[in-house]
Design a protein around this ligand. Sequence first.
Ligand SMILES: C[S@@+](CC[C@H](N)C(=O)[O-])C[C@H]1O[C@@H](n2cnc3c(N)ncnc32)[C@H](O)[C@@H]1O
Length: 217
Amino acid sequence: MTTNQVILWKYKNTAVDEKYQPTRTFHFDNTSITIQQQKTDITIEKNTGNVVWDGAFILSDYILRNFDLTGKRVIELGAGTGLVGLAASSNGGITTVTDITNQVELLKTNINLNPHIKNINAEELLWGTNDTIGKYDYIFGSEILYLHDQHLNLIQTCKSLSTKNTVILMIYKHRGLGEEHFFEIAENEFQVDIIPKDEYHKEFQNSEYTIFQMYLK
Ligand SMILES: C[S@@+](CC[C@H](N)C(=O)[O-])C[C@H]1O[C@@H](n2cnc3c(N)ncnc32)[C@H](O)[C@@H]1O
């Protein structure tokens, strides 16, 4: 005997693939965020930040349901379109969304598309090259473990931006790109805790996504 469970979709409408739409609006319990995307060739080496990856939605949803960021200093690494950072600021964070130089214009566009969200700015931040950017209460990152040769730089950046009270929260999908290498290095200096899947958005509890939290040891 099989049982059928009905889950009303809020994010993934199986009849419509929104992934490459020019704009998308993401609905959360207390806010909606509109994101402009750019339809360009996307390869592992370039333009990956021009669309919203599912991880950004799942992480935003998790943050909005579990943290009060009022007055907290927040930074998003590899922000792409900026969805996670915008969600953080909608929840009271004072947020800097960061990415490589080419991505900063799209980040600014998306900040301007959401005037109801305050206290957010966009800056360039190349992993491994940011010794002077300051310390943050929260560091967020969605889908940024896909470049094996950047793991060391990324961990270096997390260290530079952290105090012993900083919470680092990231999401990744296991894509067979050597993601485990990141944890092998990170665990030398950070305590890493995996967030149980039953705490994720209902539509992604059976997915290959993993949210994890890290703190300096
Ligand atoms: C797969 S996209 C994820 C974008 C967004 N976080 C999301 O989940 O929708 C990876 C992002 O990491 C950025 N990135 C890649 N290498 C980087 C580096 N060395 N320094 C800073 N950002 C980098 C890319 O430009 C891109 O925006």
